[in-house]
Design a binder for this molecule. Structure first.
Ligand SMILES: [Zn+2]
Ligand SMILES: [Zn+2]
Length: 141
């Protein structure tokens, strides 16, 4: 069964309701250079959702950049807090690529694949092996 849920940007100016497809066309971690720069971190966690299944509340600002395939990836973010919320491209007219970190319930996001690993940074693929703290470590830990 498809899951209906909600999400929002960091400041809450952009919220959405979404029905997460049972089998998204794409659900994964993108290690491309553009996603690294855009997110400011090692990779982008995202999934594709039919545009008809997202109800947006709030205005996104879009930044378009040509990909190496000659299509344009338009990246939508909150103009107030800068959170990456969703992308669209003329590659997939009827789908948004939703930034999974904006989902209120992270347990609904089940990435299936890593893509563009040719530009992956080594620590991203080894992140699970790092020493773990439940919160910011106290000094001396
Ligand atoms: Zn915001
Ligand atoms: Zn990417």
């Amino acid at each position: 069964m498809a899951d209906k849920t909600t999400g929002q940007c960091l400041c809450g100016a952009v919220k959405y309701e979404v029905t997460i497809p049972e089998k998204p066309f794409y659900s994964g971690l993108c290690h491309c250079k553009d996603c690294q720069r855009y997110t400011g971190t090692a990779f982008a966690s995202s999934l594709m959702v039919p545009k008809a299944d997202i109800k947006l509340d709030g205005e996104l600002k879009f930044y378009g950049k040509e990909t190496d395939r000659g299509t344009v990836m338009e990246r939508g973010f909150c103009p107030d807090c800068g959170s990456n919320v969703l992308c669209q491209s003329n590659d997939w007219d009827d789908q948004y690529v939703l930034a999974a970190g904006t989902l209120d319930d992270q347990s609904l996001y089940k990435p299936q694949i890593n893509i563009f690993t040719r530009s992956a940074v080594a620590h991203a693929l080894d992140a699970g092996k790092l020493h773990q703290f439940e919160a910011f470590p106290e000094s001396g830990e």
